[in-house]
Ligand binder design. Sequence first.
Ligand code: ZN
Ligand code: FE
Ligand code: FE
Ligand code: ZN
Length: 279
Amino acid sequence: MVNPGRQTIASHINLPDYHIHTALCRHAEGDVADYLSEAATKGLSEICFTDHAPNPDGYDHAHRMGMEDFPGYREAVAGLQNDETPGVLFGIEADYYQGCEPFLKSWLPAQGFDFVLGSVHFINGWGFDNPEERYVWESADISATWRKYFESLMMLIDTCLFDAVAHMDIPKKFGHRPPDRELREMVAPVLDRMAEMGMGMELNTSGLRKPVAEIYPCPMIVSLACERDIPICFGSDAHSPMDVGADFEAALKLARGAGYKDYFRIRQRKMERILLPAG
Ligand code: ZN
Ligand code: FE
Ligand code: FE
Ligand code: ZN
């Protein structure tokens, strides 16, 4: 079932969706086949599953598959990989947090992923984008919180474990953000480092479905990334099949408006840059 409106518009935009979850992560609905059939209905040429990575240390256990679920995830995705359209890639969204490195360093390269998205979802143990912990924002120092977030992102980048940064300005989710001038000063060194390391950046449309009602990241950050020639990809961050490819026309417009002419596709963690479709 396709719901009318924004969902059908996406069918005209043939961009790969590189950020898709499944019910395995305990806070999404639908299995891999449900997401694939929705992508086919919308005419997407390629999708990449990037469910939340399991962790042996119990990190954020409530929002991810267990280690014991991972083989099933791998097999389910592999079961959809054939020569048909849309193509199916095998990826993961892995969190950077203090202490993640020993596990991720050995585990990530051994799984044969096509794509590894890197995310930060916690600051000092606070799940700042979790609706249940939203109230903490009311007493938080907004600028200091963002600074800490970008410090974590910098560490994420320096691990060299991830191909692209997911939802780069996700602390804005509930509407808390520093003034543009301050944000620019905070984000510039992070983008510089991404460019140095050849890392990609995701344009994530799920922000449009959140209180902030804006794609991650904001136009200013996309422009600063374009100045540095940081490669971009597109993700819906779908936690429900109907959201696959959601609002990709808006994401394409954002990319073009910032000056982008191309985006990246990735396979076996090797990027290839492709011209953006007309739009
Ligand atoms: Zn999630
Ligand atoms: Fe995330
Ligand atoms: Fe996600
Ligand atoms: Zn996400």
